[in-house]
Ligand binder design. Structure first.
Ligand code: CU
Ligand code: CU
Length: 288
């Protein structure tokens, strides 16, 4: 039977405790840092040559869907009652609402060095030392809302703007496309500065600290954020039943994206799985 992923704001006290405990145990076993390393390794931008499978690419959604399933597996090996909760940032929009409570992910970073000092993932609590970082800092960092140049989280209207696009993705299949559900949700926009970040990207910016880098997985909110994006993909699929993942076939040899993106039936490293196979996961999990 499919298990259920819940809105983090609806978790009971016990469910919160079990989720946090399972995360800390996955970290203690050394498995968590492998997830951080994998994400850093696949943090390839479209300005670089080679295959992009995780970001600035059509497979952004199926790649992260698989990545989430891997972590969820690790959590459920520790405690089979645990599933990944999602953070609905269109509804829980302040630096003190869920998931920023001491019984979940802890609060904002402190002013001097952005170090998170509250909750189970605070460095001083002793269970969450950063080992695979972009900097040498051993502690988790956040700057919720971006204190020196405040930005706001995306709204329901922003999500609707993405969901309303019936086309999954369009050529040239990168960060420059202006149409298509994938990039409207991933959120690469025109120009520089805060108005150019939409949905997914904007939330990474709003959280700040570790979430700004390829090592964003170091902040456990990464999973809650991406679970909410994954939920949007299931909504888009339900809303546009006649539409599917694109491209259906790989771009030809004279196309600039030849061998740089993944078509519907091509495998997504590091796994032996295709976007096609990630489209229907209703037998594994569903969203409450
Ligand atoms: Cu990512
Ligand atoms: Cu992300």
């Amino acid at each position: 039977m499919a298990y259920v992923r819940k809105d983090v704001s609806t978790l009971t006290r016990t469910e919160r405790q079990r989720f946090v405990k399972a995360m800390l145990e996955v970290k203690r076993r050394g498995e968590y840092d492998e997830f951080v390393r994998t994400h850093i390794e696949y943090f390839v931008g479209d300005g670089e040559p080679g295959l992009r499978v995780a970001h600035m690419t059509p497979s952004f959604l199926p790649w992260h869907r698989r990545f989430l399933l891997e972590l969820e597996h690790a959590l459920r090996r520790v405690d089979s009652s645990v599933t990944l909760p999602y953070w609905d940032w269109t509804r829980h929009r302040t630096a003190t609402s869920v998931p920023w409570t001491t019984d979940l992910l802890g609060g904002n970073g402190r002013r001097s060095d952005q170090q998170v000092t509250t909750g189970p993932f605070a460095y001083a609590a002793g269970h969450w030392t950063i080992k695979e970082g972009i900097t040498d800092a051993k502690f988790l960092t956040r700057d919720l809302g971006r204190s020196r140049d405040p930005i706001k989280l995306p709204t329901q209207a922003d999500v609707r703007w993405a969901l309303n696009d019936p086309v999954y993705d369009v050529s040239p299949w990168n960060s420059t496309v202006r149409r298509g559900f994938r990039n409207k949700l991933e959120g690469w926009g025109i120009g520089h500065g805060s108005s150019s970040w939409h949905n997914h990207n904007r939330v990474h910016r709003w959280v700040g600290g570790a979430m700004l880098t390829g090592a964003s997985v170091n902040d456990p909110v990464f999973w809650l954020h991406h679970a909410f994006l994954d939920l949007q993909w299931t909504r888009w699929q339900r809303r546009h039943r006649e539409h599917r993942y694109l491209p259906a076939r790989p771009p030809g040899p004279d196309n600039e994206q030849h061998r740089r993106i993944v078509a519907r039936h091509e495998r997504m490293p590091p796994w032996d799985v295709t976007p096609d196979e990630m489209e229907n996961v209703g037998r594994i999990y569903r969203y409450a």
